[in-house]
Design a protein around this ligand. Structure first.
Ligand code: AMP
Length: 572
């Protein structure tokens, strides 16, 4: 397929501000894409060149992209820089300068989708001395071969800013409409995507083998599974309604969730909650899992916490220092860790996802030989709410976050916030004060002491059902000088010129700067009230919000949901 065909659709999508219209345009287009191109098309629509978890990046320095654009168009760099200042977007700059060129000089080449994709992968694979120049040269040839509007997207891909607002869920909806003529089948696709979070595989399987193929998609060791999430309740007593009788009550650790895979060759890979590959950050954990777990193959989950020399756990902030690419060896020494294992999803060729928790735990306990660095989550099994509360209080004195109550018979619900796991945290029992994980979707410029940075941030909750973000507060309190100083840089990558398609916002709240929903912050709020200015749930606002911290380990879609906020409001 020619790249230009995709470009036409990308152009159309860019002009579309309604999610539904976007789904329809996509569905109509996808059905016409040759099956061998469908995977590539889906990755590119999402602004990726691989599955998200493989995270293949082009690694071209920002400055080189504009330089390549100028060379491709045969104009002075200064001219490209001037247009860049006017448009604020490298894509529009590329389109404009290359437009002039094609009018006067060379006819547009025919860039195929596969050629583009192969070259992008080649660019990504280049490393070492001289690689920046080689990368630029390949980019220049791609820009020249594409049409001016094609170059707009190639330049944005190179910079990693190709964002159309079509999220994973929108694309799954569109695939379902395109290949099964029924939007309802999205649930089946979503289920498969939770076990195999690779849009290329999902799309190609659907196009080639239909829903029968989708149903057969199974665990593959080395490919992450979307992690199961917890529900929350407002009253402790509610837990009994959701998980009646005997239940497991585990400590809730405030660390980093990890999903560890060991394949038949003995290779161990670690994934974070966002499904990033974090193996290189934790060589000590890889080593320990290798020696302490007896299994040819496994997929298990746990929470990594930092410990001191005596084995006592240390705060989350200490663990965060282990998030690094360099000096790993030194940090392994300085900040030892421990993993508290709490689930087994796969063992020696067998999927455990559908087995009850009790059976998964039984096997887990059998295969793990506990050590200072590898152990199982602390837990009790009880049906007595008093005993449960006592364990909770004990966990608080141990300085853990709270507890997670788990159904003994429940299966592992990949990627789902189901009722088999319910969290109960210390902030729930503190008067009124509740914490929320909200997504930054906009900002207002700061004044006075805050000039040069942002004065306030527009924050939103996630509406799971509609796959949109709904505003709930303007956040200005609690931002320390340090946070304020880093905000503009941190957010600049996600700046967009207009309202992101998946954002619902009232006119009165429109910010001065828009952001693609990506960055999640933890916010402490005092009260929920009805508000005509916010779109969360039935129109709810969070009063007196206070910034606590960035939640780097959460994706926008893992933020507090509008439904949860609605429910909390109903309880007050
Ligand atoms: P939250 O981030 O507040 O939604 O809480 C869910 C997170 O708690 C999970 O993603 C884990 O990282 C963490 N966690 C800590 N202890 C446990 C446990 N025993 N079982 C499951 N998750 C846990």
């Amino acid at each position: 397929m020619e790249f230009q065909k995709l470009v036409e659709i990308l152009n159309e999508l860019e002009k579309t501000s309604s999610g539904n219209a976007m789904r329809e345009i996509l569905a109509e287009f996808l059905v016409k894409v040759p099956v061998d191109d469908i995977a590539v098309v889906c990755y590119l629509i999402l602004g990726q060149i691989s599955s998200e978890y493989e995270a293949v990046v082009l690694g071209i320095a920002d400055k080189s992209v504009l330089k390549s654009v100028a060379i491709a168009a045969g104009v002075e760099l200064g001219k490209a820089q001037k247009i860049m200042q006017e448009t604020g977007d490298v894509g529009l700059t590329a389109e404009r300068v290359l437009q002039k060129k094609t009018q006067t000089l060379i006819p547009v080449g025919k860039l195929t989708l596969h050629e583009l994709f192969d070259k992008l992968h080649k660019i990504a694979a280049l490393t070492g001395t001289g690689s920046q120049e080689a990368k630029s040269n390949m980019l220049i040839s791609l820009l020249q071969k594409a049409s001016p509007s094609g170059a707009k997207y190639v330049a944005r891909m190179a910079l990693g800013t190709l964002r159309l607002g079509a999220g994973d869920m929108t694309l799954l909806d569109a695939l379902s409409m395109a290949y099964t003529n029924d939007k309802k089948n999205k649930a089946l696709l979503e289920h498969a995507y939770n076990i195999c979070p690779d849009m290329g595989i999902i799309a190609e399987t659907l196009a080639k083998k239909g829903l029968k193929g989708i149903e057969k998609i199974d665990i593959h060791v080395g490919r992450p599974i979307k992690m199961m999430l917890c529900q929350r309740v407002d009253e402790l007593e509610e837990i009994e309604d959701k998980i009646p009788g005997k239940k497991a009550v585990e400590a809730k650790y405030d660390g980093e969730r990890v999903q560890a895979h060991k394949d038949l060759k003995g290779k161990i890979t670690l994934f974070s909650r966002r499904l990033e590959n974090i193996t290189l950050q934790f060589p000590d954990l890889v080593q320990e899992l290798d020696t302490q777990v007896s299994a040819k193959e496994f997929i298990m989950e746990g929470e990594i916490i930092a410990i001191d020399k005596e084995g006592q756990h240390l705060p989350f902030q200490t663990l965060m220092q282990r998030r690094r690419k360099y000096d790993v060896k030194q940090y392994v020494k300085d900040i030892p860790i421990q993993v508290k294992l709490f689930d087994l999803l796969f063992w020696n060729g067998k999927s455990f996802l559908l087995l009850p928790y009790e059976q998964r735990m039984e096997r887990l306990a059998k295969i793990v030989r506990k050590s200072k660095h590898v152990t199982l989550a602390d837990k009790i099994v009880t049906e007595d709410v008093e005993e449960l509360n006592e364990f909770f209080q004990q966990m608080l004195t141990e300085k853990y976050e709270g507890i997670i109550v788990k159904s003994l018979t429940g299966e592992y619900q990949a990627g789902t916030r189901g009722w088999n796991w319910i969290k109960w945290k210390k902030d729930y029992v503190q008067d009124l004060a509740d914490t929320f994980d909200l997504v930054i979707v906009g900002a207002y410029h700061g004044q006075g002491r805050r000039s040069g940075t942002y004065g306030a941030l527009l924050c939103a909750a996630y509406n799971e059902k509609e796959d949109v973000f709904e505003t709930v507060c303007k956040l200005g309190t609690g931002l320390t000088d340090e946070v304020l100083a880093e905000l503009p840089k941190k957010l600049s990558k996600y700046k967009v010129n207009q309202r992101p398609v998946r954002l619902k916002v009232k006119k009165e709240m429109e910010p001065e700067v828009w952001f693609e929903p990506k960055i999640v912050v933890e916010v402490l709020g005092a009260e929920l009230t009805k508000s005509p200015f916010h779109t969360c749930g039935s129109g709810l606002a969070l009063r007196f919000p206070r910034f606590l911290q960035f939640r780097e380990n959460k994706k926008a879609e893992q933020a507090t949901t509008s439904k949860e906020i609605e429910k909390m409001y109903g309880m007050k």
